[in-house]
Write a protein that binds this ligand. Structure first.
Ligand SMILES: [Zn+2]
Length: 287
């Protein structure tokens, strides 16, 4: 069975049945980035309780189905606009030292306000300081302009582009990112935005290097098994098993492995990192 690493999925909003179905479909590891919770938060305490859930409760829930759970921690772009939430920036350094935290994210833009500019830049600086990858959410409205502006902020931050993924890309914005050295993330949705066949067309045109495919499953209509669907569509389109393994497993292992904290060993202790980082199940980061 194809082994799958979902590099962006919001399990907090999913049921335990989803974990069970994901494990049956081949999902062995995932990264859950911090985001909004539907109801806007009004203070720092509800963020820290949530972050504690991402490093405590969710990894436990995932482990019951043999899934390795890691997370990315950040003040999301939407809530960056509420001054009551700004104090989250002060508690982030404490979380960015924790074992299960493999990136800073989701950062980036929602409405491209001056507040979002400040919070985005401050969090990229934290990623640099803590030598962590950064997961950048590109806005759903005005996506091309938001992607361009995100790339400007990324360049100005001095972060190694190989430590950055720009996520929620599509056929238009992938062109803006392809030549930058940043990783390219795609969220596959059931009936809007990217679909599995469109994803396969992008992989044909732009290749499979620095490509990350996720289900982004959250509160909305979404499907945590769409990563597996992309694997099936890739095979049907003539990609090899090895190509599928690279896109759905080795790429996310390489990207988040740069945190030095990724553990993709099986729950019984066997290594399955896939050769690139042989003999070391706790990945110490790529070159
Ligand atoms: Zn997300």
């Amino acid at each position: 069975m194809t082994r799958i690493f979902d590099p962006h999925i919001h399990m907090t909003s999913r049921t335990t049945d989803d974990y069970e179905r994901m494990a049956a479909a081949g999902v062995r590891a995932l990264v859950e980035p911090a985001f909004w919770l539907g109801q806007p938060r009004t203070g720092v305490g509800s963020f820290t309780d949530y972050f504690d859930g991402l490093v405590g409760w969710e990894p436990f829930r995932a482990s019951q189905f043999g899934i390795r759970h890691h997370c990315a921690i950040a003040l999301n772009p939407k809530e960056a606009n509420d001054p009551r939430c700004r104090g989250v920036l002060d508690v982030l350094p404490r979380y960015l030292e924790k074992d299960g935290v493999v990136a800073v994210g989701e950062v980036g833009y929602d409405s491209m306000t001056p507040e979002e500019d400040q919070v985005f830049a401050a969090q990229l600086a934290l990623a640099v300081e803590h030598a962590l990858p950064a997961l950048v959410h590109t806005p759903h409205r005005d996506k091309a302009r938001g992607t361009e502006r995100s790339l400007d902020v990324i360049r100005a931050s001095g972060i190694d582009p190989g430590l950055v993924v720009l996520d929620h890309l599509n056929e238009v914005t992938v062109k803006q990112v392809a030549g930058t050295g940043c990783w390219m993330g795609f969220s596959i949705y059931p009936d809007t935005k990217m679909s599995a066949p469109r994803m396969v067309a992008v992989l044909r045109e732009f290749g499979i290097d620095r490509m990350l495919v996720n289900s982004a499953a959250d509160w909305g209509r979404s499907d945590p098994l769409l990563t597996a669907r992309v694997g099936e569509e890739m095979l049907a389109a003539g990609f090899s098993d090895d190509d599928v393994d690279k896109v759905l497993w080795r790429n996310p292992v390489e990207f988040y492995g740069r945190s030095g904290r990724l553990d993709v060993s099986t729950m019984d202790g066997t290594d399955r990192s896939g050769g690139t980082f042989e003999g070391n199940s706790i990945l110490r980061g790529g070159a």
